[in-house]
Design a protein around this ligand. Sequence first.
Ligand code: 8YV
Length: 332
Amino acid sequence: AEARRRVWVSQPLFDDIVARLDAHFDVIRTAAVTRHSPQAIAAALARADGALVTLNDAIGAAEVAGAPRLRAIANVGVGYDNIDLAAMTRAGILVSNTPDVLTETTADFGFALMLAAARRIGEAERWLRAGHWRQWSFDTLLGGDVHGATLGILGMGRIGQAVARRAAGFRMRVLYHNRRRLADAVERDCRAEYVGFDDLLARSDHLILVLPYSPQARHLVDAAALAKMKPGATLTNIARGGLVDEDALADALAAGRLAAAALDVFEGEPAVNPRLLALPNLVLTPHIASASRATRRAMVALAVDNLLAALGYGPDAGKPPTPLNPEALAVG
Ligand code: 8YV
């Protein structure tokens, strides 16, 4: 009998969902959450026909050079800066991600972080738990308002638009900047106004980053950009840590140029810049914006659907639902 094809699963995900792969493949599971070395990734891919991976797994030309059978990589996550897409296309490997299913959950969290930063929720809880609340006073922990303020959205894709729709309920004025301007109908639906990058910085009371990471976008929000922001503004990042120069942000927060910030993502995560940890006016969370139970399950389910379809199974055989490089199917 012909040997069964193999799929590598780089992290423990949801067992009951991953089990759908067992009907068609020998599934090579990873027992514990692991930051695989490049060599370990290459070794796992060398024997695989498909792979289910996460943002922990950096995959470029070197990792697939010795993987002649590999045809599909399903990334569990909408951001795919961990994968060199051009190299995968050249190698005839179809890459997919998990858009849409995490949009609303991630927008909820972005809004929560912005509220927490503006209204000093994390700081207030730490203060209370530390026993400082001896007497109620009128001027304890005064924050900035969110309702009626101007929200700036940098990156106006699916998640940015979902953030904009939430802002309408807070009667915010919404400005956005994006590589491309949205169609008029979408702009109207989001009640959002397109502005240049510098205008966005200068006019936003609360700025939120929701754009994909690329090497060209590294430190897009650097000291110069922070200096253009409105005094007393807040910055929230639910995209990728590398978009922000963290030392420059620490300077701006320490100097009181920005009132507060909220970060779900970090340049060297899971390590966090010690200067950030020392600042009170900063909300820090461990990359959990998409982490509701239902959404994380939906992400894994969509990744499994993509893998099955890319490798020729199921109702969508040959037509994965959310491919990033469909042209890869034509290669090799
Ligand atoms: C994921 C994310 O948890 O989707 C993304 O881009 O950053 C998160 O939703 C992460 O990518 C898991 O791989």
